[in-house]
Design a protein around this ligand. Structure first.
Ligand SMILES: Nc1ncnc2c1ncn2[C@@H]1O[C@H](COP(=O)(O)OP(=O)(O)OP(=O)(O)O)[C@@H](O)[C@H]1O
Ligand SMILES: [Mg+2]
Length: 289
């Protein structure tokens, strides 16, 4: 069944803290279809990364659970690749070797050496990194490192690509390039994607649905916005598209009217600083990257 691909059912989590358990998430319910691109947006500290980590199998939900293609998720696995904001490449390996390591992990038994080598190069070329594949992370730019991280994730052929603010640390121009390549790759491969972002424009541009989370503690899904803009989407054309601007306004209204950030009552240890920041003109981000 198309709509039974990835299910988050009654997901809740309480973290132990010195002041007692801290309920970060409660009753998170979401069904994601195969090939769907879903963004998670919400104020800092509401629980977006926690949701992603539960789907990744890195955190165990205290209540409820996650089901991927009929199987409960209870540990990390190559069917769910994660791209973190701060690219997590091994510094002593070249771009190529970083991707190769992941490929070997997944395809050691099913692909020959030559097939694996070709697959590594193919994925580096998807993110336009074939020219720099013999460089180490300290020899390439932040955007390039992020591209290698994405190539590594894609090369594992995950059912689900989990991205936690993948472009958050990049400058605006590189970010736009990366968004465009992600749109292109996803259109080609039809991966299911869950991406956390603080960037309202990024969410509207990339997503089929935008999942907007309420503030914590006990955060949950507040609203879900279906983005029905035809694909391929063109950022320049969309800037003046009334429908695009309507979606954008809906997200901003949710964040700044319905979920205006108030000081959270939570244990000091787990308190995060909210850096909520809206630029008056142009591009809005929930938090400055
Ligand atoms: N391991 C942990 N132990 C205790 N509390 C935690 C833990 N991980 C997260 N939290 C708390 O759970 C809440 C949600 O955190 P999370 O990192 O998921 O937020 P977020 O929405 O990703 O924020 P940001 O946008 O700043 O990345 C926060 O209050 C955080 O302090
Ligand atoms: Mg986070």
């Amino acid at each position: 069944m198309a709509n039974e691909h990835l299910i988050l059912s009654q997901v809740g989590i309480a973290f132990p803290t010195p002041n007692g358990p801290f309920t970060a998430l409660e009753n998170v319910n979401l069904k994601i279809e195969k090939g769907e691109f879903v963004s998670l947006i919400g104020h800092s500290g509401c629980g977006k990364s926690t949701v992603l980590n539960i789907v990744a199998g890195l955190y165990q939900a205290t209540t409820g659970g996650v089901i991927l293609d009929g199987k409960e998720v209870d540990e990390p696995g190559p069917d769910r690749a994660v791209v973190f904001q701060n690219h997590s490449l091994l510094p002593w390996l070249t771009a190529r070797e970083n991707v190769e390591l992941a490929v070997k992990q997944v395809f050691k038994k099913s692909k020959s050496k030559a097939e694996m080598a070709e697959w590594v190069e193919h994925n580096l070329s998807l993110v336009h990194m074939e020219h720099a594949m013999h460089k180490r992370p300290d020899e390439i730019s932040g955007g390039m490192k992020q591209r290698v991280g994405i190539a590594r994730a894609l090369a594992m052929e995950p059912k689900v690509l989990l991205m936690d603010e993948p472009f958050g640390a990049l400058d605006a121009l590189t970010r736009a390039h990366m968004q465009d390549s992600l749109i292109e790759i996803q259109a080609r491969l039809n991966n299911t994607v869950i991406m956390i972002t603080h960037d309202v424009d990024e969410a509207v541009l990339l997503s089929d649905r935008i999942v907007m989370m309420t503030n914590g503690p006990a955060a949950t899904i507040g609203e879900i916005l279906k983005v029905e803009l035809p694909r391929p989407r063109n950022r320049v054309e969309l800037a003046n598209d009334p429908q695009y601007n309507h979606y954008r306004a809906e997200v901003l209204k949710f964040l700044y009217e319905r979920q205006r950030h108030t000081e959270q009552k939570e244990p000091v240890e787990s308190k995060k600083q909210d850096e909520t920041n809206v630029t008056p003109i142009g591009k809005e981000t929930v938090r400055a990257a």
